[in-house]
Design a protein around this ligand. Structure first.
Ligand SMILES: Nc1ncnc2c1ncn2[C@@H]1O[C@H](COP(=O)(O)OP(=O)(O)OP(=O)(O)O)[C@@H](O)[C@H]1O
Ligand SMILES: [Mg+2]
Length: 369
């Protein structure tokens, strides 16, 4: 559950009038979310990191190693791979576990409010600042500050963040005295920060400060052996959550799930399991109960062995994927190969969930090449 600026503002509301200035406020993100009226879907306080594949075992070992230390960690991986879960695991296994875990979604921070959102402000710091605020940084004192989607910060926000990281003490907007804060920083991004540094979009000094320890969370398609255990875990969690009798997958469902490439990674798998759980009438879930794109993948795998006639959309998806592979994800060139309009291809890419196989941004060099 994220502590968005809105949720934090409610915190500041809660602290208003209390003797919090100079004191370390006690804050627990899960009770924070509840107090803000957000239901807490987790059955466990920190969900388990499921997966026995080689890359996951390696990751678990690295999580254990970094948890024991205070190093700044940079977590990288595609959308939905479990970056935030990894950050929660590090916090929960660290000596700071009793302290707060404050997750900040950097895409919601605004240039003009950045310092106040992060470092807080004193009363009267600017017009409309009727009450002092704590800011995310001090809210995480004694715990972990998780900066999610760090690659989305503007250059000016990056400069301000760097100052906080260097000083390990912060001055609230309008304040004078630096306040020492004891936080451990974990950042995450789905972006290639090295590439952004080369293009001048991300400060090199900030990058070096963040990547002291780098953890890469591999996409689900590179650890397909984890799919059945993850699917069963999510299914069991749903029964526990709804206090309903357990449900099971049959072999066809497991086969379909292991044939699909999961461009949306673990999050997409969790959603597919919930879809089947909610809509299937019985207690045994089959391939037919899964979302269309997952079912189609299974049908596609069955047909790839021979020359069987397959549904047109199955064949179309496979052909587009081949064109994207041949052009290293360049959609403009793939459209030319397929002799269709670029916009039509964009539509199909979205329809078949093929975005991860495309290049999202074309750099100026490629555009003129
Ligand atoms: N190995 C895992 N075991 C159990 N649950 C997992 C695992 N990986 C991810 N999840 C679950 O999948 C969902 C998505 O994970 P998470 O939010 O950590 O991903 P993310 O990489 O931060 O995604 P995004 O980039 O979209 O923010 C969460 O509900 C998380 O608990
Ligand atoms: Mg995330």
């Amino acid at each position: 559950m994220k502590l968005t600026p809105k949720v934090l503002a409610r915190f500041d509301d809660a602290y208003r009038g209390q003797r919090w200035w100079g004191d370390r406020p006690i804050m627990n993100p899960s009770s924070a979310s509840r107090s803000a009226g957000v239901p807490d879907p987790a059955v466990e306080s920190v969900p388990r990191l499921v997966g026995q594949s080689e890359p996951m075992l390696k990751l678990a070992a690295r999580i254990a190693a970094v948890s024991a230390r205070n190093s700044t960690v940079l977590i990288r991986g595609e959308s939905g791979v479990g970056k935030e879960l990894v950050a929660q695991q590090i916090h929960a296994a660290s000596r700071r576990a009793a302290g707060p875990f404050v997750a900040v979604d950097c895409t919601t921070l605004r240039d003009t409010l950045f310092e106040s959102q992060l470092f807080g402000h004193v009363k009267g710091a600017f017009t409309g600042a009727d009450h002092p605020t704590l800011g995310f940084w001090r809210a995480a004192d004694g715990g972990t500050l998780f900066l999610d989607e760090i690659g989305e910060l503007s250059l000016s926000m990056q400069a301000k963040l760097l100052r906080g990281l260097q000083d390990r003490a912060i001055v609230p907007v309008g304040g004078v005295e630096p306040i020492p804060v004891n936080v451990r920083i974990i950042a995450a991004t789905h972006r290639n920060l090295e590439e952004m540094v080369r293009r001048g979009e991300f400060r090199e000094d900030l990058y070096f400060r963040l990547k002291v320890v780098r953890l890469d969370v591999p996409p689900l398609r590179e650890r397909m052996s984890d799919v059945p255990s993850l699917a069963r875990y999510f299914l069991a969690r749903l029964s526990a959550l709804y206090e309903e009798p357990p449900k099971q997958f049959d072999a066809s469902a497991i086969e379909a799930m292991t044939a699909y490439t999961w461009p949306g990674n673990v999050r997409e798998l969790a959603n597919a399991v919930e879809y089947a759980y909610v809509l299937a009438p019985g207690e045994i879930l089959t391939a037919a109960d899964l979302p269309d794109e997952v079912r189609l993948a299974a049908a596609q795998r069955q047909s790839s062995a021979g020359d069987a006639i397959v549904p047109l959309d199955v064949a179309e998806r496979a052909l587009i994927l081949r064109a994207l592979t041949a052009t290293q994800g360049n959609q403009a060139r793939a459209a030319r190969l397929l002799k269709i309009e670029r916009r039509r291809l964009y539509r199909k890419v979205r329809q078949y969930n093929l975005q991860p196989f495309t290049i999202r941004r074309v750099s100026p060099h490629e555009r003129t090449a």
